[in-house]
Design a protein. Structure first.
Length: 218
């Protein structure tokens, strides 16, 4: 991602079941939640019961997260969002609350940042670009649900494809055939998706208002 910042002709696309990392990583509580979920589900080194309160983001990781956010805004980006993206998150939060490893107070902290994130996403969708770099950003909402989350980044010096795995991890490949398959798949999903960026005001307002109500209902 540091190399991306140094190039001019960079583009990327992501079809995702969960909130894209380049968007949520700037929000520390949301970042803690996804790290907490990963620790709960996948980390074989964890010996003590995982709770949200016990989950901390090391300083070096937090710095890397914020750098990722800054670098990602140098990419012309296409996001295709699973239409149940926030519903999946609500279910996760409800489950962790039921098994008493996420408190009501902590949920309110997560909800506060989620509402801030939705506001920022709506502003980006309305502008159609990242204000820091003027690079394009487009949002689509899919009418079908995804089996997985996929991403690609195309640069003059390398092509990278990513398949999301285990909440915060990815399987990365520099193979050109894999890159073309991922890119074609993401592009094909546009046919069954609704553009909510820039001119499509009514669809955009309806979508983001719905997400706000869903978050408030957690």
């Amino acid at each position: 991602m540091r190399l991306v910042k140094e190039q001019d002709d960079i583009s990327g696309g992501e079809a995702t079941k969960s909130i894209p990392q380049p968007l949520y990583l700037k929000y520390e509580t949301i970042s803690r939640f996804f790290l907490f979920k990963w620790l709960y589900q996948y980390d074989p080194e964890v010996r003590e019961p995982v709770t949200f309160a016990s989950t901390r983001i090391p300083a070096a990781l937090r710095e890397a997260q914020l750098q990722n956010v800054a670098y990602a805004r140098h990419v012309d980006t296409l996001y295709i969002l699973d239409n149940l993206m926030f519903d999946y998150l609500k279910r996760d939060i409800s489950y962790f609350k039921e098994i008493r490893i996420l408190t009501c107070e902590e949920i309110e902290q997560v909800k506060t940042e989620l509402l801030e994130l939705v506001d920022e996403m709506e502003q980006l969708a309305e502008r159609g670009y990242f204000p820091e770099t003027r690079k394009k950003v487009r949002f689509y909402v899919s009418n079908i649900n995804f089996d997985n989350s996929y991403c690609y980044i195309k640069t003059p010096v390398m092509d990278l494809s990513l398949i999301k795995a285990y909440t915060i991890n990815v399987i990365a490949s520099f193979d050109e055939t894999t890159f073309q398959m991922v890119k074609r798949h993401i592009r094909s999903l546009m046919k069954s998706s609704i553009l909510i960026s820039e001119s499509n005001m009514m669809e955009r307002i309806v979508y983001f208002d719905k997400q706000r109500e869903l978050i408030k209902s957690i």
